[in-house]
Design a protein around this ligand. Structure first.
Ligand code: ADP
Ligand code: MG
Length: 359
């Protein structure tokens, strides 16, 4: 297993100032990043922000317009036709959302498609992986006889069979139901790490990105907004767009005074933002803990309480001490919350999940 922090001489993949447009629609804007050897990086962003286009450029399925792309330290595209390396010569693997298996070939024929059948080393690796992935007794089944999860495993095996330098996965789990998706993404990340595969995955699911990757590249409108390890993206989002990716938050607007931003839930440090700056304050639901209280001074009142199994989601009304107005606040408790509609509550705020951004 390759440790997450391993430093190597060359990168598995590098984008240098890559820009791309479809007609006059700019979908990649001066993109630079690298993928280290053995690293898994996720491109995370909403539909249409340019994720698939970056994968297609890296795989050579789309002609590069400007900038440079290197794989294993070698230029594969720089906008000059003579330097363009076609997809089949880039030694990359691809797994798509719809798996794209060959329908007229059985599992084994799909798996060995990209390799030389006389390459005993790769054939025996595939045999071993068929066993590891639970496909051994499916070798003669055709794609239409497989479950979604099995198809995904065959697609992964086919992409990895030729021992690619980089694996690209485009929303590879989105066609699977929830239970299967969780299991398969665990199996996939273990396999990629055990085999030391360098991989770039596209997803619009932030939890999936955090689970799978060493690093997340957050994309918006063709820009990379933040490039950091998962925990940093979650705990220190660069702006409100990144913070909001992880679910709806309570949002307020304020003007910084004495270094603080005021909200109906209290005043919070504005960090380095100067007094007079217009700011938005995002308070994640899990930052707000509600407890039963008889104290009439605690003006929170429970509006609803939904039990969600691993957590509960509750809305409360709060009267702001600043302006006397009533605000509806979304809370989330890790375990069930015994409060009922109409109960009075006191609120406690965890400042680690409060973010103040310039408007
Ligand atoms: P994502 O994968 O993040 O959903 P894409 O990279 O697929 O986004 O697409 C980015 C934008 O480029 C979208 O607005 C999409 O409609 C547009 N686009 C993608 N491929 C083409 C194409 N071949 N021709 C024209 N527009 C395209
Ligand atoms: Mg896409």
């Amino acid at each position: 297993m390759i440790p997450k922090t391993e430093k190597t001489m060359t990168h598995a993949l590098e984008f240098k100032n890559v820009s791309h447009a479809f007609d006059d629609h700019q979908v990649a804007r001066n993109i630079s990043f690298h993928l280290g050897k053995g690293e898994i990086v996720c491109l995370l962003g909403p539909s249409g922000c340019g994720k698939t286009t970056l994968l297609r450029l890296a795989a050579g399925l789309e002609k590069l317009q400007s900038g440079c792309i290197e794989i294993d330290g070698k230029v594969v595209a720089d906008g000059h036709a003579k330097n363009f390396v076609p997809p089949e010569k880039r030694h990359v693997g691809l797994v798509f959302q719809d798996f794209a298996l060959f329908p007229h070939m059985d599992v084994m024929q799909n798996a060995v498609f990209g390799i030389d059948p006389k390459d005993a080393g790769r054939v025996s690796w595939i045999e071993k992986m068929m066993g590891n992935l639970g496909l051994a007794d499916k070798r003669h089944s055709y794609p239409h006889q497989l479950s979604g999860g099995e198809k995904q495993r065959v697609a992964l095996l086919r992409a990895l069979a030729p021992n690619p330098r980089v694996l690209f996965l485009d929303e590879p789990f989105s066609a699977l139901d929830t239970t299967r998706r969780l299991q398969i993404r665990e199996d996939t990340v273990h396999l990629l790490k055990d085999e030391g595969i360098s991989a770039m995955m596209v997803t619009h699911d932030p939890e999936e990105a955090m689970f799978m990757s060493d690093r997340i590249l957050v994309m918006k409108d063709g820009h990379i907004i933040q490039n950091a390890p998962s925990a940093e993206v979650f705990l220190h989002p660069k702006n409100s767009f990144v913070a909001k990716l992880f679910g709806p938050a309570n949002r307020f607007e304020s003007i910084v005074r004495n270094g603080k931003a005021s909200t109906p839930l209290g005043d919070f440090s504005a960090g380095s933002l100067l007094d007079g700056t217009a700011v938005e304050i995002l308070i994640r639901p899990e930052a707000v803990t509600a407890e039963s209280s008889d104290n009439e001074q605690h003006s929170a009142e429970v509006l609803d309480n939904h039990f969600l199994g691993h957590s509960s989601c509750m809305h409360v009304n709060v009267i702001s001490p600043a302006d006397g107005k009533t605000y509806e606040i979304r809370t989330r408790a890790r375990h069930g919350n015994p409060l009922s509609i109409g109960d009075k509550a006191s609120l406690d705020i965890d400042e680690n999940h409060v973010f103040v951004f310039e408007l």
